[in-house]
Write a protein that binds this ligand. Structure first.
Ligand SMILES: [Zn+2]
Length: 74
């Protein structure tokens, strides 16, 4: 979906909601609590044709997630 195509309906009508530093926006944004005070936020992609949504953490935050959460055993 990062490439601008919906994986479900193949539409090119994709919006991106950037992860934000704006405090008001942050209250509405998808986030994960990492520490007592620290939260990390996702960038979201929304298909305007079917409503399908994907969200991604920034690369720099992935290490923090790895430290906090357990890996799925494959
Ligand atoms: Zn779609």
């Amino acid at each position: 979906m990062k490439n601008g195509v919906c994986p479900k309906c193949k539409s090119y009508d994709i919006l991106v909601f950037e992860s934000t530093n704006d405090e008001r926006e942050k209250k509405l944004a998808d986030c994960e609590k990492i520490g007592l005070l620290e939260k990390i936020y996702t960038k979201r992609f929304v298909c305007c044709n079917c409503g399908y949504t994907e969200r991604y953490f920034e690369d720099r935050d992935l290490e923090k997630l790895k430290k906090k959460y357990k890996k799925v055993r494959g």
